[in-house]
Ligand binder design. Structure first.
Ligand code: SF4
Length: 237
């Protein structure tokens, strides 16, 4: 779907979020800064002028079978959320699914992964069980027409399906993520993108991963991340 970018709108978010994120990373640390940023992320999307056009509703889960990429800071935040809020049985179920998905996906390239449906380990009973800690990609994924999401689910190998989305929601969410990632990168932290299950499994298998991340080193020794350029790279503050 082609859209016209509202450059003033995007630049405003890039500048505001970058300044706020940079200051918070220095003052309260990267993990706390990220969790604060997630709250601003949700607020930005909720106040986008076209948020009322979204078809996304609780119980609609087509997109929870699509490939999700995350950054290391999200991985540690999700694991903390799971450890804090899940029962022992729920943790065992989730971690078993994470391991199975990771095993199935770890040797696939990005385009191969995108052509498969894999149930997210956090989808349970038709709802996201880590909703407040869900990845940035999930926060930004949205559609104005459920049919496109369903079609992608039913025909995962067809990467030409392009569900309709809301232009201002897209610009607000994407600019927000770009700005926080740029602030993290400028502070020296890893901002590579990793497949969700593989990164969760790697973090759980190697307890030193978190310390490496906090020390501004690449966190995962057996997992290579992808250097994803900011969507609005040319407009960075
Ligand atoms: S984290 Fe939640 S919203 Fe994201 S794919 Fe998994 S179940 Fe769906």
């Amino acid at each position: 779907m082609e859209i016209s970018l509202d450059l003033a709108f995007i630049r405003g978010i890039l500048t505001q979020e970058y300044e706020r994120a940079r200051n918070e990373i220095l003052s309260v640390g990267v993990r706390r800064a990220f969790e604060n940023s997630q709250q601003r992320h949700d607020a930005r999307i909720a106040s986008a002028p076209d948020v009322g056009t979204l078809a996304c509703r609780a119980g609609c889960t087509w997109c929870c079978y699509f490939s999700v990429d995350v950054r290391a800071v999200e991985v540690f935040s999700i694991l903390d959320f799971v450890e804090r809020t899940f029962t022992t049985e729920e943790k065992a179920r989730v971690y078993a699914e994470v391991r199975a998905n990771s095993t199935a996906l770890k040797n696939l390239g990005e385009s191969e992964r995108m052509k498969r449906n894999v149930k997210c380990p956090f989808l349970n009973g038709g709802r996201c069980t880590i909703y407040t800690a869900r990845p940035q990609a999930c926060r930004n994924y949205h559609a104005t027409n459920v049919a496109g999401c369903q079609q992608s689910y039913e025909d995962p190998a067809n990467l030409d399906i392009d569900p309709d989305f809301a232009p201002w929601v897209y610009q607000a969410g994407t600019a927000h993520v770009d700005a926080f990632s740029t602030a993290m990168r400028d502070a020296g932290y890893d901002v590579s993108a990793y497949e969700l299950n593989c990164a969760l499994d790697a973090a759980r298998s190697d307890l030193a991963a978190r310390e490496r991340f906090e020390s501004r080193l690449p966190p995962f020794t057996h997992l290579s991340g992808e250097d994803v350029p900011a969507e609005f790279d040319d407009l960075d503050p």
